[in-house]
Every structure is written in C-alpha cells, then in structure tokens.
Design a protein around this ligand. Structure first.
Ligand SMILES: [Zn+2]
Length: 345
C-alpha cells in the first residue's frame, strides 16, 4: 500500500478573492471532502510557511515587498483577475511552504508522493508580476529548493492555462525541464510551440498547445510523442506537477474536453519518469466544484497506485494524430533553427 502526503491548511480558506470569484475557498472544502475517501493511504499535514528568502529565490524582492505592503494596507486588486486581502501575503507564504514541506517529508521517506491543495495557486506568477489568481509561484519555489540541492527537476503543467510564470522563471535554467500542455488560444496567451527555452537551456521548455475541445486521449498521446523522448534524455530526479483541473470538460473557464479519468491517466503517465518518493503535485486551477473533486480524486488515486475505479476506461476520445504530428514537426523545426539535435522518437 502506497502513502500519499496530503498538505493543506485551514488558513488557505481565508485568502479573500471577493464575491463570485471562481478561485474561491469552496474549492478546497470540496477537495477535503473527497480526500476522506482514501482514508488508508493518506497522511495529512499542515504546511509551515516558506521563508521570505525562499520566496525571493525566484521572485524579485521589491515585488514581494509591494505585495506585502498592499496586503498590510487592507488588500485590493493586483490585476483585473487577482485580488488580495489583509491576510493574503501570509497565506501565500503558507502556500509556497507546502511544496517545501512536502519535499522535506518525502526526503525523510514519510510517503511515496505528495499532493498539496493550496490557495492561492502559483503558476502564472513571474519573478516580478503576480497575475491570473497567483501571488507567488509555489511550484517554482519548490523547484528552486531542489535545484539548490543539485537535483534535476521535471515540471509537468497540466493546467488548461499555460504556466507563463513557471516557464519565465526557468527559461534559461538547463536543470529544469518545463513541459506544459494547455489550451491555445487562452489566457495568458503564451505557450506557443516555438517557446523552447533560452541560452544553454534551449530545448528544456516544451509547449504543447491544444485547440479547444481536445480530448484526454489526444493530450496523453501528444505528451508521449512530443515530450517523453526529451524527458527520458533529461533524466529528471524529481517530478513536480502543476495539477490544474480546469481542462475538465465541465470547467466554466476553458474549453478542453478532459474527463476526471483522464487526469488519472495523465498522472500515472508522469510517474514513470522518476523514482518512487520524488513526486509532488500542486493544485493550480479547476473551477467547476464537482469536476474539481472528481479530478483531484482521480489524481490522488494515481499517486496512491490505485487503479480502480479510474483505469476502467482508456483516456477519453479518439487520438488526433494529425494534430500531434503537426505540433511535433513545429517543435523540431524550432529546435533545428537553434541547432539543437532533436531526440529520436
Ligand atoms: Zn488554469
């Protein structure tokens, strides 16, 4: 029997985004109710806050101070979508701390994988800009900690939106392989195939943009065809997953066509690339509460190594092979333009 460390904190519910905001506290209440299904395999923990130094390991100090100041003054809008309240700075430190805490616990061999159900989410936050519901980049803070320990980090971002912040932070970092599969076009507008990294990190950013209504079978086949050869060559020692569940077909903010079952397959697929005990999944988006609950349950089941009931069906839909071939060819052309050898399929 496998053990999944489940990190969440009651303070996350206090991050106030205002009335009728899709990124609401009820998201975590819904997730807490489904986690109870897995009594045996789950070990819950309450994360401690990240230090200011670990936040500034990936964020600009002046920007962090500005967010803190805005919160201390009572909060307000950071951008059109992103709101902070009086407590949001401290809560953002607790959200970023969850990944660090999960890593330390896995390194002490307390579990086989970890899932952190955090608010606010993080993957849109760049080093000097908070945006898209995100204050600080939780997964980037965790990845930087692992880099400081000499690890090679695969970040798989399966949120329906492109994780522009994570990509930006590690765009020139050859020891992070950032793989994002997302709807395109969609907020924030980045994540094109030809965004492949910079300097000696060319090739360590992989973007797989999918048109609206793309199904889970196609997403999985695209990852296998386009990303898997590069991931094997990169040989990651840790896997961090930006687990956004807004690609579910019922999500109100996006138009992808995944099912909860598809998240089970995507998570299981990702686990093959690293040894046991080296995976942390971070909650990002997911705004239909029922879809969020089922998708989270499906992912946690995959982390637990439980096949039923989620592997009863294959990923949903017919594989769009022409789309995948086109995306693969576009990436190969972008790599060749920079003189980078394309990994064999
Ligand atoms: Zn999203």
């Amino acid at each position: 029997m496998m053990t999944v460390l489940f990190g969440t904190h009651p303070e996350y519910l206090e991050h106030d985004t205002g009335l009728f905001h899709p990124e609401s506290a009820s998201r975590l209440e819904t997730i807490a109710s489904v986690v109870d299904r897995f009594k045996d395999g789950i070990v819950s923990f309450q994360p401690s806050p990240a230090s200011a130094a670990s936040i500034t390991s990936v964020h600009d100090g002046a920007h962090v101070a500005e967010i803190r100041q805005l919160c201390l003054m009572g909060g307000g809008p950071v951008d059109a979508d992103t709101q902070v309240g009086y407590q949001s700075y401290d809560i953002a430190l607790l959200a970023a701390g969850a990944g660090l805490d999960a890593i330390a616990r896995l390194q002490r061999q307390e579990g086989d994988a970890a899932f952190v159900a955090v608010r606010p989410p993080g993957h849109h936050a760049t080093s000097d800009t908070s945006m898209g519901f995100c204050l600080f980049n939780n997964i980037a803070v965790a990845a930087q900690r692992l880099l400081d320990q000499g690890e090679r980090v695969l970040i798989l971002d399966i949120d329906a939106h492109h994780g522009n912040g994570t990509q930006d932070i590690f765009y020139s970092q050859p020891s992070v392989l950032y793989v994002s599969i997302h709807q395109y076009p969609l907020y924030p507008g980045t994540g094109k195939v030809f965004e492949i990294g910079d300097g000696n990190a060319i090739g360590t950013t992989i973007n797989i943009p999918l048109p609206p209504r793309t199904n889970g079978a196609t997403a999985l086949a695209a990852l296998e065809s386009i990303a898997a050869p590069s991931i094997r060559r990169f040989a990651p020692t840790w896997l961090l997953i930006s687990a956004g569940f807004d690609g579910h077909k019922d999500d109100p903010l996006t138009d992808l066509g995944y099912s909860a079952n598809d998240y089970h397959h995507l998570t299981r697929w990702a686990l093959q690339f690293v040894p046991n005990g080296r995976t942390v999944a971070f909650l990002e988006g997911g705004y239909d509460l029922a879809a969020l609950a089922e998708s989270t349950a499906a992912s946690i089941a995959a982390l637990l190594g439980i096949s039923k009931p989620f592997d009863s069906a294959d990923p949903t839909g017919k594989v769009e092979t022409e789309l995948i071939a086109t995306l693969a060819r576009m990436r190969e052309e972008a790599l060749l333009l920079h003189g980078v050898e394309v990994p064999p399929h």
